[in-house]
Design a protein around this ligand. Structure first.
Ligand code: FMN
Length: 452
C-alpha cells in the first residue's frame, strides 16, 4: 500500500520523536510504504523532518498554510490555527496529497502525524502524454512505405508487445505468421483485388468514384505481411471466462493486433490492416491448418511519414464519431441532454462529409427495395432479420426510442458520406413515424438534406 504521512511539528523536534510517531501511525494504518511526507510550508528545513523523509525513502512536500486551511480536516484545532495559520496540518496535509485519510491525527509531545492511502500512482504527466500521443497518432498506413528492411530486434520488440496483450483465461489464442515470400503475397494481393472490385461494384456511382481514389492495402508495397491468427480451441476445455462467450477468443486476438499496431507506431513502423478478403480464402493461400482462423492481415514497413488524421477522414470518405454520441449514462440513449432531438441539434461538430443520396425505407419487405444500391431498409420488428448490410435492424421498444434510433441512423450515415436522405415510410405505426422523425432531426443537425 502506498502511504502519505502528514506531519505537523514544532521547530527543533527530534528525528527520533518523529520516527517513533510515524512508525506508530503507519502500524495503525496496517503498514505500507510511505511515498510522501507532507508538512506545512516553512518547516522543510527542519533537520528531524528531513532525516525522517530520507530514512523512509519518501519525498518531502510542503504546502502553504492557506491551502491547508481550505481542506475539511476532521480534527481541527484553534491552537494550531493560531500557531500555524491553518486549523490542521497533519490531516490537511494528507488530504491535500489526494490521499484517503486512514489514521487521523495522532500526537507526540512536539509533533502530530496522520496517514492516508494513495491510489496506485499514475505515470508522470510527460509519460502520460507520450502514451496518449501514441494512441492518437497510430495510423492505418496504406501508402508512403519506403524500401527499407525491418530490423529483427525491432520486429521482435513489436511482437513482444503484441504477445503481452490481455487474453481470455490467458489463453493467448493468437499466432503471428510472418510473410515475406513474394509469391504468397501476390496470391493474397489477388484476393484483395477481387474483393475490392466486388465492393466497388456494390456502390452507387458517386460513392464508387470516391472509392476509386482510395488505396485499401499495401500488400506488395511492404517488406513484411503479418497474418494474425486465432486458435478458438487454444487452452482446452476449461479456459477461464470463455465458456459463456466464445467471442472472447477473437477479441483477445484483435487486442493483440492493437498492441502490435501501437508498438509499431512507437517504433516508427507503419501498419495497415487489410480485410478485403474472405478469411477462408486467405487461410487456403497461407495453407493454415483447418482449426486456425485468420483474424487480421497486416502490411508492415517503414514509412515516409504518419498522416495526422485517418486517410478516410482526409479523403472525405468518412468522419469520426464524436465521443459524446458514444457515451450513455445508466441507460441506453441517455446522453446527458434533455432529449435526443436536442442532442442532435447540438451535434454541430459532425457535418456530413459527402453528397451521397440514400433512400431510407422504413419497414416493408427488404427484398423489394434492395435491388438498387442507394436503398437502405430499416427493419423495426423485434425479430432479427437475416444478415444483410442493406437492412438495418432497429427494434425500437417505444416511439421515443424510435426517434432516438432514427437520429442515430441519420448521424451515422452522415459520417459515412451521406449528404441526402430520401425517407420512405412504408410501415404504418407509431414506431415508424418516430423513426422517421428521428431521421429528420438527425439529418438536419448534420447538414444532411432531407425529404420524405
Ligand atoms: C478490423 C479492421 C479492418 C480494416 N480493414 C481495412 C482495409 O481492408 N483496408 C484499409 O485500407 N483499411 C482498413 N482498416 C483501417 C481503417 O480504415 C482505419 O483504422 C480507420 O479508417 C481509422 O484510421 P486510423 O487507423 O488511421 O486511425 C481496417 C481497420 C480495422 C480495425
Amino acid at each position: 500500500m502506498n502511504l502519505v504521512v502528514g506531519v505537523g511539528l514544532r521547530g527543533g523536534t527530534s528525528y527520533r520523536e518523529l520516527r517513533d510517531l510515524v512508525n506508530d501511525v503507519v502500524a495503525e494504518a496496517g503498514g505500507g510504504v510511505v511515498r510522501v511526507v507532507v508538512t506545512v510550508e516553512g518547516r522543510e528545513a527542519e533537520p528531524g523532518l528531513q532525516r525522517l523523509a530520507a530514512a523512509l525513502g519518501a519525498e518531502l512536500h510542503t504546502v502553504p498554510a492557506a491551502e491547508l486551511s481550505r481542506l475539511p480536516a476532521p480534527t481541527p484545532s484553534e491552537q494550531v490555527e493560531l500557531l500555524a495559520g491553518t486549523p490542521s496540518v497533519a490531516e490537511a496535509a494528507v488530504l491535500v496529497a489526494g490521499a484517503d485519510l486512514l489514521v487521523p491525527k495522532r500526537r507526540s509531545p512536539n509533533a502530530t502525524a496522520a496517514v492516508g492511502r494513495l491510489p496506485a500512482p499514475a505515470y508522470t504527466a510527460g509519460e502520460r502524454e507520450v502514451v496518449h500521443r501514441v494512441l492518437a497518432e497510430r495510423r492505418d498506413v496504406r501508402r508512403g512505405f519506403i524500401d527499407r528492411p525491418i530490423d529483427d530486434d525491432l520486429l521482435m520488440r513489436v511482437l513482444e508487445s503484441a504477445h503481452r496483450a490481455p487474453s481470455v483465461g490467458l489463453s493467448q489464442p493468437w499466432d503471428f505468421l510472418l510473410i515475406r515470400d513474394i509469391a504468397t503475397r501476390r496470391k493474397v494481393h489477388d484476393l484483395a483485388t477481387a474483393q475490392r472490385d466486388a465492393f466497388a461494384a456494390s456502390l452507387p456511382p458517386d460513392r464508387r468514384q470516391a472509392f476509386d481514389g482510395l488505396k485499401i492495402e499495401a500488400i506488395l508495397d511492404t517488406p513484411l505481411n503479418i497474418a494474425v491468427t486465432c486458435d478458438p480451441g487454444r487452452g482446452g476445455r476449461h479456459v477461464l471466462g470463455r465458456h459463456a462467450d466464445p467471442r472472447t477468443t477473437w477479441f483477445s486476438a484483435a487486442i493483440a493486433i492493437q498492441n502490435l499496431w501501437l508498438a509499431a507506431r512507437a517504433e516508427g513502423l507503419g501498419v495497415g490492416w487489410v480485410s478485403f478478403f474472405e478469411p477462408g480464402e486467405v487461410a487456403a493461400v497461407l495453407d493454415l491448418p483447418a482449426h486456425i482462423e485468420l483474424v487480421g492481415y497486416l502490411c508492415v514497413g517503414h514509412v515516409e511519414e504518419f498522416a495526422p488524421a485517418p486517410e478516410l477522414v482526409r479523403s472525405g470518405w468518412a468522419a469520426r464519431r464524436p465521443l459524446a454520441w458514444a457515451v450513455h449514462y445508466d441507460q441506453w440513449g441517455q446522453r446527458g441532454t434533455t432529449s435526443i432531438e436536442d442532442d442532435a441539434a447540438q451535434a454541430g461538430k459532425a457535418q456530413a462529409v459527402g453528397k451521397q443520396s440514400v433512400r431510407v425505407v422504413v419497414g416493408g419487405d427488404a427484398a423489394e427495395h434492395l435491388e438498387l444500391a442507394d436503398a437502405l431498409v430499416v427493419h423495426l420488428g423485434s425479430e432479427k432479420p437475416v444478415a444483410d448490410f442493406g437492412v438495418l435492424w432497429r427494434p425500437a421498444r417505444t416511439p421515443v426510442e424510435a426517434v432516438e434510433l432514427g437520429v442515430e441512423v441519420a448521424r451515422d450515415l452522415a459520417l459515412q458520406g451521406v449528404g441526402e436522405l430520401v425517407v420512405q415510410v412504408v410501415e404504418q405505426s407509431e414506431l415508424a413515424d418516430g423513426l422517421a422523425r428521428g431521421l429528420r432531426a438527425g439529418a438536419l443537425a448534420c447538414g444532411v438534406a432531407w425529404s420524405g
